[in-house]
Design a binder for this molecule. Sequence first.
Ligand SMILES: C[S@@+](CC[C@H](N)C(=O)[O-])C[C@H]1O[C@@H](n2cnc3c(N)ncnc32)[C@H](O)[C@@H]1O
Length: 272
Amino acid sequence: MNVSSPSMEKRGSLVCVGTGMRLGGQITPIAQSYIENSDVVLAAVSNTLARKWLQGLAREYVCLTQHYDLTKEEGKTRRDTYRAMTADIMGQVRAGKAVCAAFYGHPGIFACVAHLAIEAARKEGYEAHMEPGVSALDCLVADLGIDPGAYGLQSMETTQYMIHQRPLDTSSLLVLWQPGVAGDLSLKRFDTVPARLQILVDKLARHYPLDHEVILYEAATRPFEATRIDRMALRDLPAAEVKPATTLVISPAQEPVGDEETIGLLDALALA
Ligand SMILES: C[S@@+](CC[C@H](N)C(=O)[O-])C[C@H]1O[C@@H](n2cnc3c(N)ncnc32)[C@H](O)[C@@H]1O
């Protein structure tokens, strides 16, 4: 048990960094410096090349991927996986080490472990912070040439969209993350099936015509790998290959409708 008062500085510390999407090329100098200089680096990187690269940089490397196997156990879900990863990170922090937890992309975007670990570390009085990284969304903006500032951006997790009554603004860009596990309520699967994607299409069809263009996007993550930009009609989505790394992009379906009342108020101010 740690008996020091929460106000006293403890030696352990935590930084959560992002490695970017493209191996070795999109990491920020500050994130790389933390990876190289921390006592230990913990990461859940399944890509062998990326893991080897991190191992080569880190003083000590701890792999967290085995915790995905927890989902195979009765009654356990991805939430247990994330808790176990957080516990491993916190174990190293409590041991008094300067700890770096590395995540691909941005460590705080659809990466709950970084948020959980920082919250837990701060609660126990340890210094903890996050360094941003280049996310799939950043790559998407660059590769698709879409400026989220032009018409706005709605971004949410696919299953969250499916199971909640979220109002959609079809005049803005819609980015749905994790369509590769669309409709999985068990939180145990790492894939989806056409029947679940059909339910997604049927729900989206309340707002978009079935011939509306959607894009299946996968940023290149290794040198010489091609970026996937597959454009198709909404109705064809269930037959398409949707992978764990796919992000679904739906372009605006209409121009924004003017708010004449507010325009009138602003005009009146301008005249005053
Ligand atoms: C757990 S989230 C991780 C996001 C990551 N932290 C980031 O900053 O982009 C996984 C989801 O991110 C998106 N994603 C992951 N890799 C991708 C890639 N290479 N291209 C496009 N989207 C990707 C997909 O929507 C995927 O289901």
